[in-house]
Design a protein around this ligand. Structure first.
Ligand SMILES: C[S@@+](CC[C@H](N)C(=O)[O-])C[C@H]1O[C@@H](n2cnc3c(N)ncnc32)[C@H](O)[C@@H]1O
Length: 199
């Protein structure tokens, strides 16, 4: 089946494309991010005590709305999004939405700015929008940026990302979108579960 994937330009008006029903509603937009954050917590089962000692990268962070929630419990949080307009909007949003006691350490649209490796990488609602070449680059970057034995959590779509499920011998979840956990072993990502969370 031919799929319609987005190129980066699609996201250059981030609030209108990431969650357009909240384009002019900061707190609705943040509330929606809180739901995504709680999905991650349920999928990963990481206690707040453990999280405090961990670094996390939000890959494809958009305007950083979920990264701000991650900052509340993780020791060090970075947000990366290749679309510069997302990072610009993130700065503005961070100043307007004053409910977070801590903020991520870095938001960037330049992957070269990220010079460390992470305990966790999360990518929320990104992979379902990427064509095969972009999908490959994103997975390669995540592999490079994870510490060995560390895990990534990727939101994937069983139809749009069907090739991924087949390649990694993952059973198909009931729901269209699910969170897949990958663990880095000997420099490679091993995906073991395809149905951590049903939406
Ligand atoms: C649906 S939005 C999700 C944003 C954010 N994760 C959230 O939940 O608010 C998809 C994001 O993927 C980003 N994106 C687009 N192409 C990408 C790529 N090749 N690699 C990583 N992220 C990409 C977009 O700029 C956009 O911010």
């Amino acid at each position: 089946m031919a799929m319609n994937f987005f190129k980066e330009g699609h996201w250059s008006s981030p609030r209108k494309t990431i969650a357009n029903r909240f384009a002019d509603d900061d707190y609705g937009y943040v509330y929606h991010a809180g739901i995504l954050f709680s999905e991650f917590l349920r999928a990963s089962d990481i206690s707040a005590g453990k999280a405090r000692g961990m670094s996390l990268l939000d890959y494809g962070c958009g305007t950083g709305r979920v990264a701000r929630f991650f900052s509340m419990i993780f020791g060090e949080v970075y947000g990366y999004d290749p679309v510069p307009e997302c990072i610009t909007e993130s700065d503005a949003e961070g100043k307007r939405v004053e409910m977070f006691p801590r903020q991520p350490k870095l938001f960037t649209s330049n992957i070269q700015d990220i010079t460390k490796k992470f305990d966790i990488i999360v990518s929320i609602n990104v992979f379902e929008h990427l064509d095969a070449p972009r999908f490959g680059v994103a997975l390669g970057n995540i592999t490079n940026l994870l510490k060995n034995d560390a895990a990534c959590y990727l939101w994937v779509h069983k139809i749009k990302n069907a090739d991924f499920f087949a390649k990694h011998n993952l059973s198909l979840p009931e729901s269209n979108v699910s969170i897949v956990k990958g663990t880095k072993k000997s420099g490679q990502l091993i995906f073991s579960e395809s149905n951590i969370l049903k939406k």
